[in-house]
Design a binder for this molecule. Structure first.
Ligand SMILES: [Zn+2]
Ligand SMILES: [Zn+2]
Length: 83
């Protein structure tokens, strides 16, 4: 392989790309997906995918338990109380 054949940094290039207005948005911040994303386990979640940073999770953390977004965990707590 000749020297310099490797692209500089795919991640750096991606960060400079303009946001496509047609790209679906996620999370409470209504931005496009980037970095670490976590899915809400609720089947009725209107958002489903969230940025780690927006829900207060440290980047790279793997959750073994089910995770619910702030909106769903609030409604789940209401359900439990009613039992
Ligand atoms: Zn977000
Ligand atoms: Zn949710």
């Amino acid at each position: 392989m000749p020297p310099g054949a490797l692209p500089a940094s795919a991640a750096a290039l991606r960060a400079d790309q303009p946001v496509d207005p047609n790209e679906p948005t996620y999370c409470t911040c209504a931005r496009v997906s980037f970095g670490d994303m976590i899915a809400c386990e609720s089947e009725t979640c209107p958002v489903e995918w969230f940025h780690y940073e927006c829900v207060g999770l440290p980047p790279g953390q793997e959750l073994k338990a089910k995770w619910y977004c702030p909106g769903c965990s609030a409604s789940l707590k209401v359900k439990i109380k009613k039992k």
